[in-house]
Design a protein around this ligand. Structure first.
Ligand code: PEP
Ligand code: MG
Length: 688
């Protein structure tokens, strides 16, 4: 028998075409030829294409090739030679380029951030994988047990690497979840149960892992404790990872070799947060809208993203070349070289364009007529804290604290939250930061097992907090304690009326009393209400008399006023920020706050859009909070406009009958008054 070790070096790995070449070469020899993964997880007959594909040998996989027979040395040399020539695929490059050009596929979606990126598709699908049962002979039982142990070791190495990275990039709050995953993996019971099952049932390791995992999960789903029950999703996560490693499909979040473009039907914000952001350059999803949380996170992290691509995911394969153009809201699969060149020619460069300016202007901005306006930052993840300073924000106007939770339903401890809020306050500096109580439920909680029929209208935000008082109390205590070390305020999300405010304030007062009784250092904070649903707008005067400030969440205000799901691409054309009903809501809220003499911070995505920011200024807004990267642009525009002119336009818009009329007014008025500031692409699109 002759043996040699090889590494798969071709870019797409040992995929179908390469495997066919391998079968062709191997079949010319009499000797039997076997390929074995050096990680021990699979073995294949080099003369069978199906068998080779089960190796799932991607680029970088180490294999042992064994030849046995009369011509074993020649057979081995021929096959090793084929590996070193990357399966003879490169000679066909010209021919393939032509077919690529023909196959170029363009898909229209909605660009929700900046930039043009070219990279390789990485398909990512939330959900589970199919596992089948195989009968195993006595002689193979030990091999199955070994495969399982190897998968546990590999999973452990992956999790340790992910944990280190998460700690570095996203902070402890996101990393600790992986400690739990590691503990599950190291639990002797898991290994013992799976190995016993393999022996008893004479089945493959995948099936045994799945059955044992399902049993564990069913035990957890019966636990009568929300927090413990949620641990079930961690078990599921670990089992999925084990299965991926056993089946050789690779981990859920592979180590990415080059610029990856994540392609998915939909993506949870927690998944985005878990990815290796050094390599992820863009995101393309079938679902989603401008204000869906995934889009907000992508913008915050400076990732190029196009959403609402409908059935794009199914047309892609991992490894496909892809160009993502967020400015035009378009993706091009298999872009021809001429297309890429054209892009480089017209854009000057390819890549996300969100970089901090060299000279940062800080502090409030003053309009031509002397109105001072504050531009604050919306922040979701600890990685974005730096951006508050880098883009010259007047502190943090909205900290979406629920993104501290690496898994929906899995809460951070009081101490973990305290540390996060303390570093937030440090990053925010003299202007301070506003922490929003967890806005979980709805879209953010879509991973939670029991889905609600109508999550956006369900147990979300303040309702979730009032139902789960212990979670609310823990967060309130952490905020109050951190406020002793820096300037913090607190805002209650999605209040429907003053009753929600009163009930929340009662909990806050009780925690103030508790901390005082325990002699724990803390500081009282200002309390605000998010005005983002119509009933709150209609009762704004009453709410204003009981809070210190308002935050206007225009994303939800549009969603709930117009009854248009903000994350549903099928209705995105009905999501009209400039609908007169939305403008009435904003106007009414601003008036109520003025009468009660409390400030209003507008913090929805509307504030990040320069033209809309001017309109908001015309309606009397002087405090805006937005994605940090947009601050310099909004600042540049506001310094050059006169709010008296903006008011004239706003008044006309409020008198208009439809969203189309308002958009046309904005296009015409802005073009006439500030042509240099607002080129056509910076204004609402004209109907086609
Ligand atoms: C909003 O609704 O406008 C808002 C700022 O909050 P979120 O986008 O997190 O719902
Ligand atoms: Mg909201």
């Amino acid at each position: 028998m002759a043996e040699r070790r090889v590494k798969v070096t071709s870019r797409l790995g040992l995929h179908a075409r390469a495997a066919a070449n391998l079968v062709r070469v191997a079949s010319q020899f009499k000797s039997s030829l076997t390929l074995q993964r050096l990680d021990g997880s699979a073995e294949a007959d080099a003369k069978s294409i199906l068998s080779i594909l089960t190796l799932a040998a991607s680029r970088g996989t180490d294999l042992r090739i064994s030849a046995s027979g009369d011509d074993e040395q020649d057979a081995l040399d021929a096959v090793v030679g084929l590996f070193s020539r990357d399966f003879d695929e490169f000679e066909k490059a010209d021919g393939r380029q032509i077919s690529r050009a023909i196959n170029e596929l363009r898909c229209k979606g909605l660009g929700v951030s900046e930039g043009v990126v070219i990279g390789r598709v990485l398909r990512l699908q939330e959900g589970t994988r199919e596992v089948y049962r195989a009968e195993i002979g006595e002689a193979e039982l030990e091999r199955e047990r070994r495969r399982f142990r190897a998968a546990v070791r590999l999973s452990r190495r992956q999790l340790e690497a992910i944990k280190d990275r998460a700690e570095r990039e996203l902070g402890r709050g996101h990393a600790y979840i992986f400690d739990a995953h590691l503990l599950f993996l190291q639990d002797a019971k898991l290994t013992r149960d799976v190995e016993d099952y393999i022996d008893r049932e004479r089945c493959n390791a995948e099936w045994a892992a799945k059955v044992v995992g399902d049993r564990l999960l069913s035990i957890y789903t019966q636990i009568n404790d929300d927090y413990l029950r949620e641990r079930g999703s961690d078990i599921e996560d670990v089992i999925q990872r084990l299965l991926a490693n056993l089946t050789g499909e690779g981990p859920k979040y592979p180590n990415l070799l080059e610029d990856a473009v994540i392609v998915s039907t939909d993506l949870l914000p927690s998944t985005v947060a878990e990815l290796n952001l050094d390599h992820v350059k863009a995101i393309a999803t079938d679902a989603g809208g401008w204000t869906s949380h995934m889009a907000i996170i992508a913008r915050g992290l400076g990732l190029t993203a196009v959403v609402g691509l409908r059935d794009f995911y199914h047309r892609t394969r991992t490894g496909d070349r892809i160009l993502v153009d967020a400015r035009r809201g378009e993706v091009i699969l298999h872009p021809a070289s001429e297309t890429v060149e054209q892009y480089q020619f017209t854009t000057g460069s390819i890549g996300p364009t969100v970089a901090p300016p060299d000279v940062v202007e800080c502090g409030p901005v003053t309009t031509v007529d002397g109105v001072e306006m504050s531009l604050r930052a919306n922040v979701e993840l600890p990685t974005e804290f730096r951006a508050v300073h880098d883009f010259g924000a007047c502190g943090v106007g909205l900290f979406r604290s629920e993104f501290l939770l690496s898994r929906p339903g899995l809460m951070s401890s009081e101490q973990q939250q305290y540390e996060a809020y303390k570093s937030l306050a440090e990053a925010a500096g003299e202007y301070g930061a506003i922490v929003r109580l967890f806005d979980v439920g709805g879209e953010v909680g879509s991973e939670v097992k029991e889905r609600e029929r109508n999550p956006a209208l369900g147990l979300r935000a303040v309702r979730f907090n009032l139902r789960h008082k212990q979670i609310m109390r823990t967060q309130v205590r952490a905020i109050l304690r951190a406020a002793a070390a820096g300037k913090l305020s607190l805002v209650i999300p999605m209040v429907a009326d003053v009753a929600d405010v009163r009930m929340s304030k009662r909990v806050i007062d009780e925690e103030i009393e508790n901390l005082a009784a325990e002699n724990v250092p803390f500081s009282a904070v200002q309390i605000g209400a998010m005005i983002e649903i119509p009933s709150a707008v209609l009762t704004a005067e009453k709410i204003a008399s009981e809070v210190d400030f308002f935050e206007l969440g225009t994303n939800d205000l549009v969603q709930y006023t117009l009854a248009v799901d903000r994350g549903n691409d099928k209705v995105s054309e009905w999501f009209r920020t400039l609908h007169p009903a939305v403008l009435y809501g904003i106007d009414r809220t601003l008036r109520a706050a003025r009468e009660a003499d409390i400030p209003v911070i507008v913090c929805g995505e509307m504030a990040s859009t320069p033209a809309y920011a001017v309109l908001l200024a015309g309606m009397g807004t002087i405090d805006l909070s937005m994605i940090p990267a947009m601050i310099p642009r909004v600042r540049a525009v506001l310094t050059q406009i006169d709010t008296n002119e903006a008011r004239e336009i706003a008044t006309k818009c409020l008198a208009a009958g439809t969203a189309e009329e308002v958009e046309e007014l904005v296009r015409n008025e802005f073009k006439a008054r500030w042509p240099e500031l607002f080129p056509p692409h910076a204004l609402p699109k004209a109907p086609e």
